[in-house]
Design a protein around this ligand. Sequence first.
Ligand code: UTP
Length: 478
Amino acid sequence: MNHSETIQSLIHSFKEAGQGQVFAFFDQLDAAAQAKLVAQASTIDLAEVASLVVEHVVGSHEGGVDVNGLEPAPYTALPANGGDAAEWADALEAGSSALRAGRVAAFTVAGGQGTRLGYDGPKGTYPVTPLTEKTLFQVFAEKIARSGERFEVTIPWFILTSEINNDATIAAFEENNYYGLSKDSVHFIVQGLVPAVDRDGKILLSDKGTIAMTPDGHGGSLRALVRSGAIDTMKEQGIDIVSYFQVDNPIVQCIDPAFVGFHVLGQSELSSKMVPKAYPLEKVGHFCVQDGNALVVEYSDMPNEMQEQTNEDGSIRFNGGSVAIHIFDRDFIARAGGSGEDVKLPFHRADKKIPFVDANGDIVTPDAPNGVKFEMFVFDALPLAKNPVIIEAARADEFSPVKNAEGVDSPHSCKEDQLRMFARWLKAAGESIETDESGLPVFTFEISHRFAADEADFIAQWNALSEKPAIAEGAIVE
Ligand code: UTP
């Protein structure tokens, strides 16, 4: 087939699939714009779109989540909350030796659009620390570098981007000298895009020559790791443990030796951290079991009455909140992100305001949801995993995401949570520091993660200092 036949055949396949409108303005485009549209259209899996439309848009799509037989998932409690301290010590040892053996990589999902924050740029380049305003990427890079130093290895870092932010993400790493990491240890993986459709299942154009595409969700990270060859790179490097976290949570323990240990000792394919819910109707996913399989059930899929159930002692029954911190076994990623039908992650429907081109070729910016985008969720891999492990984490030490511009989960709340954490670390190391009743220090200072990656590390590092810096307004421990 020559070039123009190839284009005609592509257009024909869109028409056959009932998506001919994608090329409605093709003849009005110049050659470069035509080439761009053709390139974009050729990445679309029309069969996948057709089945998504039938399942989620034009069908009855009443399915929903079956909550019959749901039970709270068992988990390993923190020693402070009744867990077995010896078990945690064993896990710490096992995890430390897996780290020393170079088996662990960090994996950040940063392909989202961050629309709620309303920041123009990859979210990882957003400044978050309370005093020196280090960016999210800088914070993670420092934690990864410090963990590598602790365990005397180079910990590779895989970062999921999307075509929308990949170039800007790489440019930020280049400009910042890879945030102090070796360039060879950082790997960018571009996730897939899926077309957005209108309420009739028709693919939308964002301008006459561009299809409205959105990233395929954090669940798309698994197939992106497979398609990009990243899991082969991991295999070559002897990495079989992948520490997964989201780009918006600077207090996450990127590399947590005890968590790695529980994963290894449990021979788990997918391990997760849970935090106890703050209140019964908190908007988080719930760790559950159903028919012997672990799963996460979103708050929107669980009736309020269930979310509010209590145990005999009055505690919340479905208490395990998901905070999107996981460890994956590499071979499990190969399976769950591969093409086998039995292990495919499902897509979910999200109704969104999607600017589009109408039949006259005019761009319309809707003020109410007009279309549907499709996303996979990474926690849908949980029921597919053998020996899933769930451990408890302290929210204050693990989870303070930057999602919204203001209020809950905002840059402001996250800065305060970092300050509270720094104050706790100092107190745990035997220092006294003035705080309010919420634990917030009365002045602003910062502990660099190049100095300490977590509390235990901080205590050891602080105690080893021959001269300790005064902790006061503007102090930086580094
Ligand atoms: P969110 O669900 O918070 O979405 O992503 P978002 O796109 O970042 O933000 P909003 O909803 O538009 O405001 C949680 C994590 O999953 C990643 C995000 O980058 C973030 O780290 N993610 C999300 C991806 O990597 N790819 C996606 O397609 C979606």
